[in-house]
Write a protein that binds this ligand. Structure first.
Ligand code: SF4
Ligand code: SF4
Length: 351
């Protein structure tokens, strides 16, 4: 299966090769500045996706960060050496009424901003998104209102609100097509056969990317033939729908051939990509460890003191990947650390 037709794309994990200094610092036992962080505004969500990985912790932690705390983080990120911030959740970030102010502050502080949203509240922050964001990923995950209702719990009004929001956002962009817009499609055993309808819909809305990933987790069973059909249908969609302004990505390199996550033997890469300011008021080493004791680093306002400290080193040393939850977003980065930098399999000091 071809994941993409152009290797120069936002979903290619090898883009972190641009972070050479960070990988080399980790190999020396140092804790480099985090290149990108995640900032959660709220754990509350207005949808009920059957596959929601954050459901369990959100249920126990219906927390929302204060405007003051969010702006405090936006102001200290440059001091921490951060280059990019994903404004996200937790739950649905745009349920927070101060989302626009926070994203604008990040942008004005020189931080590149991206956001991941379910798209139902984009209309409330349209101008803020257009001003602040380098990219936006909208989790639509369905091609029609019926599947949307069945898998995400939103009614037809919500589905059409999301698609209208995407169309309006795409139309309001200037000639440079910024922010880039991704239609995210988490395909499920109940929806993978609708993938072409979803790609057709995404293209008609004027977005740039269709980002397909397999749904996995408790109770989701992929039969071998379903996997073959799903992968085939991504390649057919690339041939049918791609053009200069629209691309289809089937991101499967983060999973094994049965659509289960890859489990790492060790994890050293969270300092550069995983740092997450979660809505419960704590900072976690990895976005996939929100609410997990083994990933909890400190309270938000202690981060400048704790970053790089002995306490930080101790938390990182004690992370056991086998105890990590079902999702592991950054597994490919550990492989890059091992194979590119530690083993030098690409002879990376040569052209
Ligand atoms: S939109 Fe996201 S946070 Fe909300 S229920 Fe769905 S997967 Fe969970
Ligand atoms: S989920 Fe993956 S990237 Fe995150 S701490 Fe665990 S092993 Fe590391």
């Amino acid at each position: 299966m071809k994941e993409w037709t152009s290797q120069f794309n936002p979903f290619h994990s090898l883009k972190v090769l641009a972070w050479r200094d960070c990988f080399e610092a980790i190999m020396k036992g140092e804790i480099p500045a985090p290149v990108a962080v995640t900032l959660d505004s709220t754990n509350v969500c207005n949808l009920k996706c059957t596959f929601c990985h954050s459901y369990a912790f959100r249920k126990e932690n219906q927390k929302t960060a204060s405007k003051e705390d969010l702006l405090w983080v936006a102001d200290i990120l440059p001091d921490l050496g951060v280059k990019g911030c994903c404004y996200s959740g937790g739950g649905e970030p745009f349920l927070h009424p101060d989302s626009g102010i926070v994203m604008r502050r990040l942008k004005d502080n020189g931080i590149a901003v991206g956001t991941i949203t379910n798209g139902t509240r984009i209309d409330k922050f349209m101008e803020d998104i257009l001003y602040s964001c380098r990219w936006i990923g909208v989790s639509v995950d369905a091609a029609n209102p019926d599947t949307y209702k069945e898998l995400k719990g939103g009614d037809a009004n919500e589905f059409y609100r999301v698609t209208t929001n995407l169309r309006t956002l795409a139309r309001k962009r200037k000639d440079n097509r910024s922010p880039s817009i991704g239609f995210k499609y988490l395909f499920h055993p109940k929806s993978y056969h609708e993938l072409h309808d979803a790609v057709r819909l995404a293209k008609s809305l004027g977005v740039d990317d269709f980002h397909a990933r397999p749904c996995f987790g408790e109770g989701i069973m992929w039969e071998k033939q379903m996997i073959i059909d799903a992968l085939e249908s991504i390649n057919v969609a690339q041939g049918m729908f791609e053009d200069e302004n629209f691309h289809v990505y089937g991101v499967t390199h983060k999973f094994d051939e049965t659509f289960h996550k890859k489990v790492l033997d060790k994890c050293e890469i969270t300092p550069i990509a995983g740092l997450t300011f979660a809505a419960d008021g704590y900072v976690y080493c990895c976005c996939d460890l929100r609410s997990e004791d083994q990933g909890r680093l400190c309270k938000w306002r202690d981060i400048l003191d704790v970053w790089g400290s002995d306490k930080h080193k101790e938390v990182l040393k004690n992370i056991d990947p086998k105890k990590c939850p079902v999702r592991c977003t950054y597994a490919p980065y550990q492989e890059i650390l091992e194979k590119v930098f530690r083993e030098d399999r690409m002879t990376y000091n040569f052209p």
